[in-house]
Design a protein around this ligand. Structure first.
Ligand code: KQY
Length: 367
């Protein structure tokens, strides 16, 4: 594996869309007891269900600690490849490489800097060194050259690509003080275009209320096709999400993409009833640095937008809410050629993210 200092764009590489064909997916076995309640058992059951569906249509690699290897091997289907790797947690979207592709069908990984969603400013755990090394290790494992972008803090959940030159992201996340405070918005945009081989960045102002990642885009808005997105939405003007989603809608309605298309926006409701931590769930989380990581009644950043697209399916978070079925119906329209798979996701959400956050796609490649 070569560590490259050049730029993906200059080398003819770009980030394909998630709905383009994958050769595989990466996940990381959950274990951290201050992230995953009850010692991680419930989260692992949800991860296994997701793994079963993904491995139906693509090669799934799951990173696991040596302590958990036996448990993971027993729980996961035999076609899943397990690979021992030291990590700090299980957010493959954010710690695995972002893969870019060129016209010949070659792929390379991008190794962004990772500081646990904000470092010492407002990050979510410390230390994060193991997570910061995951992307390069995965490139090693897959024999893929890697672009060293460790000087730029970015998580995969904070970007979406349509594969045709357009990137969406959120200002609340990418301009946060804990990531790249030395860079201007224009410099950050230039870096994104250069690394992702894109022509246009659409900056959504906000994300999902109470999203502890500083509002990753992958929880609020996602491409379903070139020129088409779903946006998390509520009609309830008293809900704190209303103003955030309305600001994003205004931006999308006044934007064109890199190919000068007007963007078609489908509104995807958020759950009707806020999803909040129970006393029992809080009691089943270990403390971090002597402090609770969640408090009873805390509203979690529940959103159906945090789905994951595989070669044959779309895995959609479900919260036991009236809107679960509506979300499935809307996404069925968006993805008529894939099976829509509802996944009970509360046990993942408690960790602070959802199905998209625990998965990272590897595009198909020729060589
Ligand atoms: O949403 C994500 N991409 C990651 C969330 C991390 C939360 C850590 N508690």
């Amino acid at each position: 594996m070569r560590i490259l200092k050049s730029s993906p764009k200059a080398d003819g590489f770009f980030m394909p869309a998630e709905f383009e064909p994958h050769c595989g997916t990466i996940m990381i076995w959950p274990e951290r007891a201050d992230s995953w309640q009850g010692g991680g058992y419930a989260a692992r059951r949800a991860f296994v269900k997701i793994a079963r569906i993904i491995s139906r249509s693509e090669q799934l690699t799951v990173l696991v600690s040596s302590d958990q290897y036996e448990n993971a091997r027993a729980a996961l289907p035999s076609e899943v490849r397990l690979c021992e790797c030291t990590t700090d947690d299980s957010w493959a979207r954010d710690t695995a490489p972002t893969f870019v592709k060129n016209a010949k069908g070659e792929i390379r990984g991008i190794d962004w800097g990772f500081n646990a969603w904000g470092g010492l400013e407002d990050g979510l755990y410390f230390p994060w060194d193991n997570d910061n090394h995951v992307a390069r290790k995965i490139c090693d494992l897959f024999f893929k050259d890697t672009y060293c972008c460790r000087d730029f803090i970015l998580e995969g959940g904070s970007i979406h690509s349509d594969g045709e030159g357009t990137i969406i992201t959120t200002e609340s996340c990418l301009l946060s003080r804990g990531r790249n405070p030395h860079m201007t918005k224009a410099q950050i945009e230039e870096k994104l275009l250069d690394c992702l081989g894109a022509e246009k960045v659409i900056w959504l102002p906000r994300g999902i209320y109470n999203d502890e990642t500083n509002e990753h885009v992958d929880n609020v808005c996602a491409f379903t096709a070139p020129g088409e997105v779903v946006l998390a939405w509520t009609d309830n003007k008293n809900d704190p999400q209303y103003a955030l989603s309305a600001a994003c809608l205004e931006k999308l309605e006044n934007s064109t993409d890199a190919r000068d298309r007007k963007i078609k926006v489908r509104l995807l409701p958020i759950p009707k009833n806020p999803v909040c931590m129970t006393q029992k769930e809080c009691e089943e989380l270990d403390l971090w640095d002597g402090e609770p990581t969640r408090t009873p009644g805390e509203r979690l950043a529940a959103s159906y937008v945090n789905f994951y697209i595989t070669n044959d399916a779309v895995l959609v978070p479900q919260f036991g809410d009236d809107m679960d079925k509506t979300a499935i119906d809307i996404l069925s329209e968006c993805f008529p050629y894939r099976t829509i798979e509802p996944i009970a996701a509360r046990d993942i959400l408690i960790g602070g993210g959802n199905i998209h956050c625990i998965t990272q796609q590897i595009p198909t490649f020729t060589i």
